[in-house]
Design a binder for this molecule. Structure first.
Ligand SMILES: Nc1ncnc2c1ncn2[C@@H]1O[C@H](COP(=O)(O)OP(=O)(O)OP(=O)(O)O)[C@@H](O)[C@H]1O
Ligand SMILES: [Mg+2]
Length: 275
């Protein structure tokens, strides 16, 4: 296992936000971290990176990192694309990438520009003037630039239009071929497509672990843990690098607590509102 959390606890503002979270991240592919809004997904990611005070143990590549500071953890080889992307709005795309360069690491500009050709053509553009999807590409590109052994991506498709969700999904899929990923994501079609295993949080605790397919095949459990009903949709989202469809249904729902599920990533052929 590339990452192992054992009994991680976080208290913020007097509230017990994480109450003994334990799970592992596989050394290949995508492990999805799921759960309704406010259950502690981002806090878990921040705990891994040492961005919030926490107790418990965290091992990365077999070595304990929970006593290290964030810059030391990152230097061990964890790339982080935070929720809300956090690009420097007034800096150019090229400058945003340059700032992410880590000393002592090779800088994989060839890979980054192969995966994101637009970041080269838009190199001189201020990142604040990019679309949400393009900013997300910058955030993911920063994690791939360095020689990371794990990348952690927090809700990369939040607030993006369906067509852009598909583009981001393709990039995540290709990135995950090279480096294992812990992915926080609420778009279950995307989770199903990208992830092998999942970890589900509820109220600061792990309430489910196992293959994503098993969870999503159980409509009652999916409803209970994630708040979405019966999986719908007959087609996979249109990812050009995807493996052939395995002939099962793909849930195409985005989970938002307290709101009716919203469809995302309809197949191109049936989408009427394609831009
Ligand atoms: N600095 C803080 N002080 C107090 N409470 C906090 C702090 N940061 C987060 N929380 C609370 O901790 C809980 C978990 O927040 P967190 O952001 O980890 O959830 P999440 O699962 O990532 O949610 P979302 O799906 O909305 O991104 C929430 O109830 C949140 O209000
Ligand atoms: Mg969050």
């Amino acid at each position: 296992m590339i990452l192992e959390l054992d009994d991680v606890r976080v208290t913020l503002g007097g509230s017990h936000i994480l109450q003994g979270v334990s799970f592992t991240v596989a050394p290949t592919g995508v492990t999805a971290l799921l759960g309704r809004n406010g259950v502690g997904k981002t806090t878990t990611v921040k705990a891994i990176l040492g961005l919030v005070p926490r107790t418990g143990t965290i091992a990365f590549g077999g070595a304990p990192v929970h006593r290290l500071r964030t810059h030391e953890i990152v230097r061990r080889g964890i790339g982080y694309a935070p929720e809300d992307r956090c690009v420097f709005a007034k800096l150019t795309v090229t400058e945003n990438l340059a700032l992410a360069e880590r000393r002592g690491s090779d800088h994989a500009y060839d890979l980054v520009y192969e995966l994101f050709p637009e970041l080269k053509t838009r190199g001189a553009q201020e990142a604040g003037t990019l679309s949400g999807g393009q900013q997300q590409m910058v955030a993911i590109a920063r994690t791939l630039l360095n020689d990371n052994r794990l990348i952690v991506v927090d809700e990369p498709t939040k607030g993006l239009a369906p067509k852009v969700v598909t583009e981001v999904a393709e990039v995540l899929e290709r990135a995950a071929e090279r480096v294992p990923m812990l992915l926080v994501e609420q778009n279950l079609a995307l989770v199903r497509r990208l992830s092998g295993d999942c970890v589900v949080l509820a109220a600061g605790q792990v309430v489910h672990r196992g293959p994503v397919r098993e969870l999503l095949a159980d409509a009652a459990l999916t409803q209970e843990l994630l708040g979405v009903g019966q999986a719908r949709g007959e087609n996979a989202p249109p990812l050009s690098h995807s493996a052939p469809s395995r002939g099962t249904t793909h849930p195409q729902l985005i989970v938002k607590d307290g709101q009716p599920p919203k469809e995302v990533s309809q197949p191109e052929s049936t989408r009427s509102d394609a831009p």
